[in-house]
Design a protein around this ligand. Structure first.
Ligand code: FAD
Ligand code: NAI
Length: 472
């Protein structure tokens, strides 16, 4: 059957489904095609984020944090437990339920916004009449505007495909059936630290092997050091500067040969191994070559600053293009593209995309790091405030970490905010708003923050820029 639309979106992850909803809101006849299948073979829109990424990882992080609190911190509050157990199957089933609620939520949003949903793989057929023909199963859809939002998949080590039993991608790491005694992780990036934290909290002995000599190189150095100390204290072992050698799987588990930072040959024997060494853009199946859609050497779709590809009327957003692989970045690009199609001035400020690691302590930042400002030769002032001096953090029993402000030495404009500590993921939003409005650290310092709240640490760090903290 042939169907005509104004806009076709290929991919129903956060980039795609949000682009489709915004396009429909703007009055376009919109279709969204997504191929993700749930356990029963039915549609499961939401992409990596909903099915095997942001949402399920946060569900397991929450469950494992509850367990760790019960095991290690309830006693401080005078709460005694006669016995404590973990039902991993139930924990994973709850996570699956959270995922399903999100899948269903997106299908509801499609109905509400009159987006036509097609379950299957979308691929380019040919250019037609100033637009594009896209095949999905038996259907052939046409539209003048096509948004490609096909996302990314886990990168495997050469010669070591994921079997999701012993060699796990993010997908298998979210479906381990019982707590492994020993868990290895290759790559101390975002997934390695988050998934390593989940299974460590539940009792696994976790060893992370990282190729780079620096821990969390993209974060502010002072913040990364503080986080590294906290992780070490919890027993999450991270070895930096390693070179991975041969990896063998056998009946008993996985054996990883590697050279440590000094070049000494070592072996790590584990029950399961998570490989989290980055992700690759998804373009197979799009039939990109047939229509001449340009890809770069990494396989990402080449786009300009406004997400236009080399083909007229074809846009691409999210993990399949350049830039950080983050759900909120994909969403922002999706909205901006829909608005550009409508002739509006959609805008994404790439300098103000926040990063969050949902470990404990959480790590969050927006804007420039101190090392970036130094490299740029920009004169800046820094102010920090430790959660140790915050009343709410003491009441919570979680005083690890700090808030750090970086502001221009002359104008006082906030250039970066970095947080390691409780609820950093929520606290960073204030910094994003302030920086979007080009606020100075003095602006934040003059705003009344509720007491007692963790957010007072943000205000105090802003005061620290002018060396006048009140509580430290
Ligand atoms: P995706 O979410 O990958 O969606 C693409 C969709 O397109 C998929 O459903 C795919 O099946 C479909 N598709 C592909 N090709 C076709 C085709 N030809 N036809 C039809 N459908 C197709 N980011 C955050 O911001 N915060 C987090 O906390 C976070 N946690 C994460 C945790 C993990 C374990 C992982 C792996 C990632 C996490 N991310 C997080 C990253 C986030 O998931 C991605 O940045 C985000 O999903 C990218 O959105 P997208 O729409 O570009 O692609
Ligand atoms: P990553 O890029 O965050 O980290 C990969 C790490 O693996 C790097 O530190 C890299 O140096 C290391 N590495 C690469 N090759 C290696 C090798 N051969 N041996 C040892 N170490 C090696 O990638 P990750 O963790 O796979 O996550 C992918 C992306 O998913 C993230 O970059 C992020 O964009 C997104 N994500 C976001 C989350 C969040 O926002 N909270 C959570 C999880 C993922």
């Amino acid at each position: 059957m042939s169907k005509n639309f104004d806009v076709i979106v290929i991919g129903g992850g956060p980039g795609g489904y949000i682009a489709a909803i915004r396009a429909a809101q703007l009055g376009f006849a919109t279709a969204c095609i997504d191929e993700w299948k749930n356990d029963k073979g039915g549609p499961a829109p939401g992409g990596t984020c909903t099915n095997v990424g942001c949402i399920p990882s946060k569900a397991l992080l929450q469950s494992s944090e509850h367990y760790e609190h019960a095991a290690k911190h309830f006693a401080e509050h005078g709460i005694g437990l006669k016995s404590l157990s973990i039902d991993v199957a139930k924990m994973v089933a709850r996570k699956d339920q959270v995922v399903k609620q999100n899948n269903d939520g997106i299908l509801y949003l499609f109905k509400k916004n009159k987006v036509s949903f097609f379950h299957g793989r979308g691929s380019f057929v040919k250019a037609v009449d100033g637009g594009w023909e896209i095949a999905v199963g038996e259907d052939v859809l046409t539209a003048k505007q096509v948004v490609v939002a096909t996302g990314s998949s886990a990168r495997a080590l050469p010669g070591l495909p994921f079997d999701e039993d012993k060699i796990l991608s993010n997908d298998g790491a979210l479906r381990i059936g019982a707590v492994p005694k020993k868990l290895g992780v290759i790559g101390a990036g975002v997934i390695g630290l988050e998934m390593g934290s989940v299974w460590r909290r539940l009792g696994a002995e976790v060893q992370v092997l990282e190729a780079l000599p620096a821990f969390l190189g993209a974060a502010d150095e002072q913040i990364a050091k503080e986080a590294q100390k906290a992780f070490a204290k919890q027993g999450l072992k991270v070895e930096l500067g390693v070179k991975i050698g041969e990896i063998k799987t056998g009946a008993k588990g996985v054996s990883v040969a590697y050279a440590d930072a000094k070049g000494a040959e070592k072996t790590l024997d584990v029950d399961k191994l998570i490989v989290s060494i980055g992700r690759v853009p998804n373009t197979t199946g799009l039939n990109a070559e047939a229509v001449g859609l340009k890809l770069d050497e990494r396989g990402a779709i080449v786009v300009d600053d406004e997400c236009r590809t080399n083909l007229p009327g074809v846009w691409a957003v999210g993990d399949v293009v350049r830039g950080p692989m983050l759900a909120h970045k994909a969403e922002e690009e999706g909205v901006a593209v829909a608005e550009r199609i409508a002739g509006q001035h959609g805008h994404v400020d790439f300098g103000l995309i926040p990063w969050v690691l949902y470990t404990s302590p959480e790590i969050a930042w927006v804007g420039k790091t101190e090392q970036q400002l130094k490299a740029e030769g920009r004169a800046y002032k820094a102010g920090t405030f430790p959660f140790l001096a915050n009343g709410r953090a003491r009441a919570l029993g979680d005083t690890t970490g700090m808030v750090k402000f970086l502001a221009d030495a002359t104008t006082d404009e906030i250039l970066g905010v970095h947080i390691v500590g409780p609820m950093a993921s929520e606290l960073i939003a204030e910094a994003c708003v302030a920086m979007a409005f080009k606020a100075s650290s003095e602006d934040i310092a003059r705003i009344c923050h509720a007491h007692p709240s963790l957010a007072e640490s943000v205000k105090e760090a802003a005061l620290a820029v002018d060396k006048r903290t009140l509580n430290f």
